[in-house]
Every structure is written in C-alpha cells, then in structure tokens.
Design a protein. Structure first.
Length: 146
C-alpha cells in the first residue's frame, strides 16, 4: 500500500520518536528528506527545552532550512510519526513543504480536524504510514504517565 521509501523514512522517524520516549518526552519523531538526502532529524523536546513550541516538526523545519540554506522546503518531504498539530501545520505552510507523510492520526489536536487547507496548497499529504507503531509508542508513553 505504501512505498518502500515511505516505510523506510518513517522507520527513521520512529527511531527519533523512540529517543523522545527515552527522554520522557511525548514520542513524536520527524525526518526531512530533500532530493533523496536526509537534511533533518528531530524529536519532541518540549520538556528538556521548557518550550511548548519545541515539537519535532518545528525543530526539523529549522534544521532542514539551515542544512539546505533556504527557508522554503518545496523539494522536501517530512516524515512525522504523528499528524501535526495546527501550530506545526502553520509552520509547514510557511515553509511551503512539498510533501508531508505522517503515521498516526491525532484525533484531538491534528490539523486535519480543521482541514487540509491549513497546509500549503501545493503540499502533498499521505497519512497512516506505520501508524500502528506510532500509536504503540504513544500508548507506552501515556501508560507510564498514569
């Protein structure tokens, strides 16, 4: 159903989410690929940085832009383990991300509750890649917190 490439890069994003889990952060990971090259890897760091905006996507956008030397990510794909929230979707809009691939849906705070128009109109979207693995990490995290 999903391409091997999408499965592979989502696997790398899942590895980032695992790092977040190990640091007692909500386990969300992101990887940005531009023209076949990984230009950013990130995971949630809201607790360690004491910054509510330190979501994996936000950190990955900044890192990718610095790596490629441009503020627009038109030729890039972001792989993220959880559907982005509205804040992250807004940042992805402004970065003009070419393609977004996410794992698990975020029923309460995901951007798709508002609609895909939150992202740039040229951004291609694919959801559900390795969603079960993303959900499993999230359940593990929240079960440890209760």
């Amino acid at each position: 159903m999903f391409s091997q490439e999408d499965e592979y890069y989502m696997g790398l994003a899942l590895m980032q989410a695992q790092k977040a889990l190990e640091e007692e952060e909500i386990p969300v990971g992101a990887v940005v690929v531009c023209q076949g090259r990984i230009v950013a890897k990130a995971y949630n760091q809201t607790e360690v940085l004491t910054d509510v905006t330190a979501h994996a996507e936000m950190i990955a956008i900044t890192s990718a832009a610095q790596t490629i030397g441009a503020k627009y990510l038109k030729d890039c794909t972001m792989y993220v383990t959880l559907e982005p929230c509205l804040m992250c979707a807004g940042a992805l809009y402004w970065s003009q991300l070419g393609r977004l691939v996410y794992g698990a849906k975020e029923e309460k705070r995901g951007f798709e509750r508002v609609g895909q128009s939150v992202l740039h109109p040229k951004t291609d979207i694919l959801g559900g890649v390795r969603a079960e693995e993303s959900e499993s990490l999230l359940k593990e995290f929240f079960s440890m917190r209760r």
